[in-house]
Design a protein around this ligand. Structure first.
Ligand SMILES: [Zn+2]
Length: 145
């Protein structure tokens, strides 16, 4: 039996692969590529939201050079977060200084109160745990809707 194996020059294969890519572009399922105006977070499953949230968090750990892109990604991240939050009954702990329930944290930084800017340090061990538990609950909650 005649085998054609090895008779094809390499460039033919890569040209073929390139054509396949053009005919079948990768599906636009990556949330990060999606237009946030068209992204319907309410229609996303919790697993999709969590996945998108994770990807965004990782992406935003390193500075985004394009300021527009930075804003877009942060708005998207906030939308996803708010949607996940709306699907759980979990309540964030209150800031001991101002009572705000908005907490944020940049990678490598301490947790920070969105109301008064209080930075949580080792003095606030139990509060840090409560915020972590709350975040954990929001990101891990299964959709009940
Ligand atoms: Zn505060």
């Amino acid at each position: 039996m005649e085998t054609r194996k090895g008779t094809k020059p390499r460039h033919t294969i890569s040209q073929y692969e390139k054509r396949v890519e053009l005919v079948n572009p990768p599906p636009m399922t990556d949330t990060l590529q999606a237009d946030p105006d068209k992204l319907d977070v309410e229609e996303m499953t919790h697993a999709e939201l969590r996945d998108a949230w994770k990807k965004l968090s990782e992406k935003l750990r390193t500075p985004v050079s394009d300021p527009d892109e930075d804003v877009r990604l942060n708005v998207l991240k906030m939308e996803i977060w708010n949607e996940m939050k709306s699907r759980t009954d979990a309540e964030p702990p209150e800031c001991p200084e101002c009572g705000s329930q908005r907490w944020s944290q940049s990678f490598g930084d301490p947790k920070e109160c969105g109301g008064c800017g209080l930075h949580l340090t080792t003095r606030h061990d139990s509060l840090i745990e409560e915020v972590d538990a709350y975040w954990q609950e929001v990101t891990s909650a299964e959709a009940t809707a």
